[in-house]
Every structure is written in structure tokens, then in C-alpha cells.
Design a protein around this ligand. Structure first.
Ligand code: CMC
Length: 436
């Protein structure tokens, strides 16, 4: 963070003295105005619900240029990472700042692979849930529950604890997501197998049974690995900011990540992939491609409350680069499974085409986001719709951890404590019970 020669001055029309604030430059992206002394000097707060113009921290992990539609992890374009690297490379990159050497990757993969089992007791913890519980409800509980099982890695101020909890979270998320699935359908849990890749192991834990050997399909394995890479981090989005805010109190890493899982669940965030597929299913049931025009009219009617799920983004005002890569993967997976004529894929393409030509979407710069195609890929792989957000959580875990650890190492790290514009009642006295 460099101080710029430029300075910002805030002045007031009521004649109060003006106030000068420093401006900082990042390596790329917009400059920021440091308003930290504003309250002390002027007695005023800034007001920015939704953080439309507020940088909540400095970070060197992920950069998004929303106008260009560019996404960089530690400087590397997402297209290159998705094409030339795998998820283990990406995890190493996000956590430690650079892509691993061949030897480092071996060591990193080994340590992740050897932490995939969960404490056997977690099976009994699972039994407290209803079989029809939403997997995100189960996951929120299980991730938070890790702090009850791994007492030796709960001190956020201890670097060794942070390291081992990070590995445990990345390694155990697939096991817990698969357990949530198996529990829901009443099948036995499948233990992790150490000679498989991260994605291959997850596929086996999901779709294998103790009755026969499970053979991993390399096309599906690669597709899943790409889903993980594309979802691994996305700078200060709602769930990442939640993890940072939660962790800023000094709570343990498992608790902070559980808060991220809970936040991700919402349909405006990670829940959009589930909502998007449900939307496509609904249009399909009501007449399919023929009804796309009617649906778009509904979306454009502000009173309908209907949104085109998988479209729009707070930061991207251009095509989400992850959506392009996801569409490519979608083609590969559907071809592999002989589902090229999948009606939902056709429907998604028709919706996208109409929306990209429609003035409502063009004028608001609404483009497909990553969730528009990821649901179709996951459904083709056999992942149930209500588990989509769980897959997102699994992939985002590394980003949450990298961001949490970056925050703790930041010398400017403080407990997060936003202020407010109070609009409630001024001071009043409690009336007697018979006068209320
Ligand atoms: N369908 C219809 N209209 C939309 C949509 C949409 N999907 N998204 C935004 N708009 C309209 C919105 O009504 C507003 O119109 P107006 O200016 O006339 O009031 C305008 O576009 C700007 O939208 P906004 O709500 O101010 O934008 P935001 O930055 O607050 O919201 C968003 C971003 C992602 C929550 C929103 O675009 C949305 O709800 N999209 C659908 C859900 C979705 O796909 N979410 C996944 C995001 S990507 C994955 C992730 O990060 O988890």
C-alpha cells in the first residue's frame, strides 16, 4: 500500500472546517481514501450500506476487474490457472502466495490427502440431524463442530494452529459434504482413499459404495477440479467478509469458516447455483424454450419479484470469466455423458442469448455469472441440486482460510466494528405497565 501524492478533502456547506485525508494506491485497481480519522476529527461517520464504495481491508490474494471481466489469483489469470493447473496448485497459490514446485506440490498434496478422515465420532454427531435436512444446514453444523474435535488447532494467534486447521479444513470438507449426502440418502459413508486426487476422492466418496469398486471418470474428475478452481476465491465477497469479521474477534478458524458457510447459503450468493437450476427446471416444466420470452418479461417486471438467477454481479459489469470457463466444461461433460441434447442446457443457452440482447440486461450490464452453468455441470455429474452450494463451500474454503490468515498477519488488523446512522426513538422513559 503506497501513499499517493493526491489527497482527498472533505468540506461542509455549513462552514465547519474541511478535513484532508490520505489516498493510498494499490498495485492495480482503484485508489482508496483513508477515512479512519474522519470520526475523530469531524464527529461524522460515512454511510455505505452494502459496501458499494468501501474497501474493508488491504489484500494481496485476488483481484477482480469487473469492467474488463478479469479475475486474477495472486496475479495469475483464472483462464491460465483453469487450463494449466489443478486445485492443489490453486490451494497452494492462494494460501502461500505462489504456485508450488514439483516437490512442494507433492508435499502439499500428501499433507492434504493425509488429513481427509474425520474423527469417527462425527458420524454420531451426524445422526442428530433429520435425514431430509438441507446439506448446508448440516455443513454449517459440522464445520462449526470441528472445533469440538480438534482442540489442538483452535488458537487463531498461534501460527502452527492456523496452519494445521487450514489443512484440516481443506482436507475434511469433501469428506463432510459427501457424508451429508450419504446420510440424506441412507447409504453407508465411504471413507477417503489416499491414492486418488482431491476431486477423484470426492467423486468416490459421493458415488461409491462398499459393494463394488468405484472407477473415477477422468472427464468428470477434471470438470469437478475446474469447478473447485473457479470457486476457490473471489476477494471480499459476502461470505469472505463474514469470515474476516467473525475471525476478527479472535474466534477459532473452524467457527469463522462455519460463519462463511452460513453466509454462502443465501440465494444472492452461493445459493444462486441451486436457485438457478430450480429456475431452469420450473421454466422447463412450464413449456421450456417456448416460454423463455414470457419468463424474461416477468423478470423485467419489478413487481414480479422474479430474478434471472445466475445473472448479474456486484463487481462484474461484463461477462464473468468463470462463466465462460464453466460453459466450456459444461460442453465437455455433456458430450462425455451423451447428454448434448440436455433440455436444461438448451434452455440456459436460449435464456442467455435473449438476455444478452435485451435492453433491460444490456443497460444494467447484467451478464451470466459462474452459477449460470455450474449447476448444469453438477447435475450432469449426478450431484443433487441441494448439494450445489455445499460444493461451492468446499471449493471456497481455501479462499476463506487464505483471507483469514492474511487478516491475522496484517499489522492493521483490528476487530471489525461498523457504526450506524441511528433512526430510532430518541431517549424516553418506560411507562408504567397499565400505560403502555
Ligand atoms: N435479474 C433481474 N434483474 C437484476 C438481476 C437479475 N439477476 N440482477 C440485478 N438486476 C437488476 C436490479 O433489479 C437492479 O435494477 P434497477 O437498477 O432497475 O433497480 C440492477 O439490475 C442492479 O442490480 P442490484 O441489485 O443493484 O445489484 P447488486 O450488486 O446489489 O446485486 C446480485 C448483485 C448478484 C445480488 C444480483 O445481480 C442478483 O441477485 N443476481 C441473481 C443471483 C445470483 O446469480 N447471484 C450469484 C452471484 S455470483 C456467485 C456468488 O458471488 O456467490
Amino acid at each position: 500500500m503506497k501513499i499517493s501524492d493526491n489527497k482527498a478533502t472533505i468540506s461542509f456547506s455549513n462552514g465547519d472546517p474541511s478535513f484532508e485525508m490520505p489516498v493510498y494506491k494499490g498495485s492495480i485497481g482503484p485508489d482508496v481514501i483513508d477515512i479512519r480519522k474522519l470520526y475523530g476529527q469531524t464527529g461524522m461517520f460515512t454511510y455505505d450500506p452494502g459496501f458499494l464504495s468501501t474497501a474493508s481491508c488491504q489484500s494481496a490474494i485476488t483481484y477482480i476487474d469487473g469492467d474488463k471481466g478479469e479475475l486474477l489469483y495472486r496475479g495469475y489469470p483464472i483462464e491460465q490457472l483453469a487450463t494449466n493447473c489443478d486445485f492443489m496448485d490453486t490451494c497452494h497459490l492462494l494460501m502461500y502466495g505462489d504456485l508450488p514446485s514439483v516437490q512442494k506440490k507433492k508435499e502439499f498434496t500428501h499433507i492434504v490427502t493425509h488429513h481427509t478422515m474425520v474423527n469417527e465420532q462425527m458420524q454420531f454427531f451426524m445422526r442428530g440431524f433429520r435425514r431430509d435436512a438441507h446439506p448446508m444446514a448440516v455443513l454449517t453444523g459440522l464445520v462449526g463442530g470441528l472445533s469440538a474435535f480438534y482442540h489442538d488447532s483452535t488458537d487463531i494467534n498461534n501460527a502452527e494452529h492456523r496452519d494445521i486447521s487450514a489443512i484440516r479444513l481443506i482436507a475434511k470438507m469433501p469428506t463432510m459434504v459427501a457424508m451429508a449426502y450419504k446420510y440424506g440418502i441412507g447409504q453407508p459413508y465411504v471413507y477417503p482413499k489416499n491414492d486418488l486426487s482431491y476431486a477423484g476422492n470426492f467423486l468416490r466418496m459421493m458415488f461409491g459404495t462398499p459393494c463394488e469398486e468405484y472407477v473415477v471418470n477422468p472427464v468428470l474428475e477434471k470438470a469437478l477440479d475446474r469447478i473447485f478452481i473457479l470457486h476457490a476465491d473471489h476477494e471480499q465477497n459476502a461470505s469472505t467478509s463474514t469470515v474476516r469479521l467473525c475471525g476478527s474477534s479472535g474466534t477459532n478458524p473452524f467457527a469463522a469458516i462455519a460463519a462463511g458457510v452460513a453466509c454462502l447459503w443465501g440465494p444472492a450468493h452461493g445459493g444462486a447455483n441451486e436457485a438457478c437450476l430450480n429456475m431452469l427446471g420450473e421454466i422447463q416444466r412450464n413449456g421450456g424454450v417456448e416460454k423463455v420470452g414470457e419468463f424474461i418479461t416477468q423478470v423485467k417486471d419489478k413487481n414480479s419479484g422474479v430474478k434471472l438467477m445466475g445473472f448479474g454481479h456486484r463487481v462484474y459489469k461484463n461477462y464473468d470469466p468463470r462463466a465462460k470457463l464453466m460453459q466450456e466444461t459444461c460442453n465437455e461433460v455433456l458430450a462425455e455423458l451423451g447428454l448434448e441434447n440436455d433440455p436444461l442446457f438448451k434452455l440456459a443457452k436460449a435464456l442467455e442469448k435473449i438476455a444478452l440482447e435485451d435492453d433491460y440486461f444490456v443497460s444494467r450490464k447484467l451478464y451470466p455469472n459462474v452459477d449460470f452453468y455450474s449447476g448444469i455441470v453438477q447435475r450432469a455429474i449426478g450431484i443433487p441440486v441441494n448439494l450445489f452450494t455445499g460444493i461451492f463451500a468446499m471449493a471456497r474454503t481455501v479462499g476463506w482460510i487464505a483471507q483469514l490468515n492474511e487478516m491475522i498477519a496484517d499489522p492493521e488488523y483490528k476487530i471489525g466494528r461498523p457504526r450506524q446512522l441511528f433512526t430510532g426513538s430518541v431517549r424516553r422513559d418506560v411507562p408504567a405497565a397499565d400505560k403502555r
